[in-house]
Design a protein around this ligand. Structure first.
Ligand code: ATP
Length: 354
């Protein structure tokens, strides 16, 4: 497969204190973010958190109520959509139905002003090269209706890449596809990104997709950034209860912190509170990050009240002694435990929040 080289250098993108209000609703409440040239960034958040609004502002399809957007050092808000030279891919493929695949891919180049428009043969050469890159060689004379959903979305990518965008903006690009095709296209997008090196921002509400694909993940909640970090940072060191429970699976227990130690129902758990001051707290755990411990030491003690299979493991529900609370504990299926057992457990990783 040929390498596709960027003719324009990828750009840094800086978002400074961006606010966007619609009437009395604030979709973005002062968002600041620095995206490095060539990075693959996921904007992750639930419905209504402001992901699309931020992407549209980057694209120039919408303008902030206040704040700044810089492409390298240039004020992007003074540039038109064409001048920004961004590649856009949306959830709905939005291909031109009356054009062949090849014509669709070449479209962005063919409508350029004459001074910047390549010759017809050059447009065709580049479109064929891109179809090769997105692994659709041989389908150039088909029409969009003759393609599968995944193929259409790859044509949409090729079309977005054809203009040699300095930034690629993707809004739930795999949202309309079934699970298997989504997973394949994720891997495919990562490969394309690694070959082409575009600064890329993609919107998703799927945490698995964000963690698998992105160099850094931006977690949005209610128009604010909760956390920005690498997938490992976001998963292993969530900095708020919101991020902990939004990313991955979690159980929560009401605890108290006394002299830097975590207590539950009058018992010392034997785990440090990681700098949290004395007072009530919430202990966040992950079901697959918990070990069974001996009954004569520190730990969270209780009774297994239910079990179900979870992939290759067993997921037990543990009713914690002296509380009304339950947590989930995942054990390998070969571990000989049953409903009704009284056990002690300790998390391998946890966070305590006030
Ligand atoms: P989804 O995943 O559902 O697309 P999102 O995270 O992309 O959600 P946005 O579409 O950015 O969220 O919307 C953020 C908030 O701004 C929502 O409360 C939404 O109702 C509001 N909003 C967005 N666009 C408009 C508009 N044109 N007019 C009024 N309110 C809007």
């Amino acid at each position: 497969q040929r390498q596709h080289h960027l003719e324009e250098r990828p750009m840094d993108v800086t978002v400074e204190n961006v606010v966007r209000t619609f009437g009395t609703t604030a979709a973005l409440h002062g968002v600041s973010l620095h995206i490095r040239a060539g990075e693959l960034i996921a904007l992750l958040g639930p419905s209504g958190s402001g992901k699309t609004t931020l992407l549209r502002i980057l694209a120039g399809l919408d303008a902030p109520t206040s704040g700044r957007v810089l492409f390298d050092r240039d004020d992007a808000l003074k540039l038109t959509v064409q001048e920004r030279n961004v590649g856009l891919v949306f959830q709905s493929y939005a291909l031109f139905r009356h054009m062949t695949v090849l014509e669709n891919v070449g479209f962005g180049l063919s409508v350029r002003p004459r001074s910047r428009r390549p010759s017809r043969s050059e447009i065709k050469r580049r479109a064929l090269e891109l179809l090769d890159l997105v692994q659709l060689s041989g389908l150039d004379t088909r029409y969009p209706t003759q393609l599968s959903g995944g193929q259409r979305q790859r044509v949409a990518f090729a079309r977005a890449l054809a203009i040699e965008p300095r930034v690629l903006l993707l809004d739930e690009p795999f949202g309309a596809l079934d699970a298997k095709v989504r997973r394949d296209l994720r891997r495919w997008l990562r490969e394309i990104h690694d070959q082409t090196g575009h600064t890329t921002v993609f919107v998703t509400h799927d945490q698995e997709e964000a963690l698998e694909l992105a160099d850094r993940v931006v977690v949005l909640n209610n128009g604010k950034i909760e956390q920005v970090g690498t997938p490992d940072e976001i998963y292993d060191s969530p900095n708020s209860p919101y991020v902990f429970s939004f990313i991955g699976e979690s159980s929560v227990l009401s605890v108290s912190v006394d002299s830097g130690e975590v207590w539950l129902g009058g018992r010392r758990l034997g785990i440090p509170a990681c700098g949290l001051g004395d007072g009530p707290g919430q202990l966040f755990l992950r079901p697959h990050d918990i070990d069974v411990v001996p009954s004569d030491g520190d730990g969270i003690f209780g009774t297994f009240t239910a079990v179900r299979r979870h992939g290759g493991a067993h997921r037990f529900e543990l009713e914690v002694d002296g509380t009304e609370e339950r947590i989930e504990v995942e054990l390998p299926s070969h571990v000989d435990r049953a409903v009704g057992d009284t056990v002690g457990v300790l998390p391998r990783r946890w966070r305590v929040f006030a």
